[in-house]
Design a protein around this ligand. Structure first.
Ligand code: FAD
Length: 481
């Protein structure tokens, strides 16, 4: 039997934080705070196993992001309640304990999480609880951007055209006046969640690079925007800090895309600003693909690839993961990922292409490694980008486009500075051959203290051979279909 939803103004409202770890521009929090009711900010570490488990680097980020959110709430006289378990059971417990009559949250778009939220909403409503969801993770929710004939848009350019036509996101909301904490609600400590990596703990290199939390996100955005006009020229250069590095902040909702959009629009119109906003568009597009292709993390969007002859080669996969392929730009990228939890977009494309094409390994192996090691590992952007790079996606790089790791290195790391930073064992190789050490003469290698195959690997696959093998595999698929 459905009970009437209570209008008791003094009944507490639970605000259930998930991937929206901020206080400003937070519709659910603002709606709760405007009601004059006590507000219970809640985070639940979901151990129901119904959604994809966070990777290790993401758990590191989450720990620090929750610490920042908790501190920010303390600063407002409020308190983050932390729980671990099955979210519906926990919500019911808190409702029973506090007399709460409403639960507010921001919407998620991953299929498993949508299922969880729909089930919880319907169960709570049946119990007379006002369960309400709000937007906030995207500029436009996926179902609002469709073709003129009302179908999902599968190609970025028409998607972004439709999405950005008359796009005027409302003004971001300020931090609301948050009522004082209900001190009687039991909470775990953050350490009880045991989110930080231990075996192995490789996160030492993360701390100097990142400041998880809303303040860190804002600072990162403001710093980046001072130079946004140069973004178009610098964004492909891993040796230069030319991109925003906002991805983990956006992933965990420490800043909203609406805040990013408005802040960017305050800067003068430039090519850099236009391109930057279109990258935010790629994020929106990835969420669109995720929404309309719920199996995007597991199944090829183009079914014909189900018959693709991927190889099994654990030694090659390990060499790729460790940054020991013998191709400096690939190795430097993989080591940047391991050491900082992040990798430059140009390198993600190069190392991704290398895995699926030169090594002919299934894109899902790369996706899983990224999921575990990226601090910005995102259910939409990671899966959609891997399908794009593998050529299996909706709007994908054509399969015959095989990135050449030497020319990519020479073009985007022209002085070899990036490679030297992450592959110090070859740092003395001259610029001319830094991206192809095997072409250095024996004298030059000796002078640089390098014995190929010992101090730095020989290429694990010959470039021309790997490229041709990938093209042949593609041809075989074409013939079969
Ligand atoms: P900027 O260049 O400053 O761009 C601003 C923001 O736009 C980013 O923070 C990000 O939110 C969004 N964005 C930029 N490029 C893309 C893109 N191609 N697709 C979707 N969103 C984009 N991005 C993730 O956020 N999480 C992932 O797990 C992820 N996995 C990827 C895997 C592969 C194989 C590839 C090729 C790309 C992946 N990307 C992923 C996209 C992109 O590489 C990162 O978003 C970007 O490198 C983040 O750095 P930035 O914040 O400095 O980006």
């Amino acid at each position: 039997m459905s009970l009437p939803i209570s209008a008791d103004p003094n009944a507490p409202i639970i605000v259930w934080f998930r991937q929206d770890l901020r206080l400003s521009d937070h519709e659910a929090l603002t709606a709760a705070c405007e009601s004059d009711s006590p507000v219970i900010p809640l985070y639940v570490w979901d151990i129901s196993g119904k959604s994809r488990e966070l990777g290790s680097a993401s758990r590191w980020w989450l720990h620090h992001s929750l610490a920042a959110l908790s501190k920010d709430l303390d600063g407002h006289g409020s308190r983050l309640v932390i729980k671990r378990g099955e979210p519906l059971a926990i919500l019911r417990d808190i409702i029973k304990e506090t007399g709460a009559r409403s639960v507010f949250w921001s919407r998620r778009y991953d299929a498993a999480e949508r299922d969880i939220d729909a089930t919880i909403k319907s169960a709570l409503k049946d119990e007379g609880i006002n369960a309400k969801s709000f937007a906030g993770h995207l500029l436009r929710e996926p179902w609002t951007v469709r073709s003129k004939s009302d179908t999902p848009l599968k190609v970025f350019t028409p998607f972004w055209r439709a999405h950005s036509a008359n796009l005027e996101p409302g003004d971001p909301l300020p931090v609301p006046k948050i009522p004082a904490a209900m001190t009687n609600v039991q909470s775990l400590t953050l350490d009880d969640l045991d989110l930080l990596p231990r075996k192995p703990d490789w996160s030492a290199g993360f701390t100097p690079v990142w400041a998880p939390g809303e303040a860190g996100a804002r600072e990162r955005l403001n710093q980046f925007l001072e130079n946004v006009h140069a973004y178009g020229d610098l964004r492909n250069r891993p040796d230069i800090e030319g991109t925003s590095r906002l991805s983990p902040h956006l992933r965990f909702g420490e800043i909203s895309p609406r805040q990013v959009w408005h802040a960017a629009m305050k800067h003068p119109q430039s090519e850099g600003r236009r391109v930057f906003l279109s990258e935010i568009g790629w994020r929106e597009f990835s969420y669109n693909l995720l929404f309309y292709n719920p199996d995007i993390g597991r199944e090829n969007i183009q079914e014909k690839f189900d018959a693709f002859p991927w190889r099994e080669d654990n030694a090659a996969l390990k060499a790729w993961q460790r940054g020991e392929t013998g191709y400096p730009i690939v190795d430097a990228g993989m080591r940047q990922l391991w050491q900082t939890g992040w990798m430059h977009n140009r390198l993600r494309m190069i190392v991704g292409s290398f895995l699926v094409k030169h090594l002919l390994l299934d894109w899902r192996a790369g996706e899983s490694w990224f999921w575990d090691t990226l601090v910005d590992a995102d259910p939409a952007s990671n899966t959609a980008s891997w399908q794009w790079i593998a050529g299996t996606g909706a709007d994908a790089a054509p399969y015959f486009r095989v990135f050449n790791p030497m020319t990519q290195g020479e073009k985007f790391d022209p002085n070899g500075e990036f490679v030297r930073r992450y592959c110090p064992e070859i740092s003395d190789i001259p610029v001319k051959t830094i991206h192809k050490p095997w072409e250095s003469g024996p004298l030059s290698l000796r002078q640089a203290n390098i014995t190929l195959g010992e101090t730095y690997p020989n290429p694990i696959v010959d470039h021309a051979f790997g490229r041709q093998r990938a093209l042949d595999a593609f041809q075989s698929l074409k013939k079969a279909s």
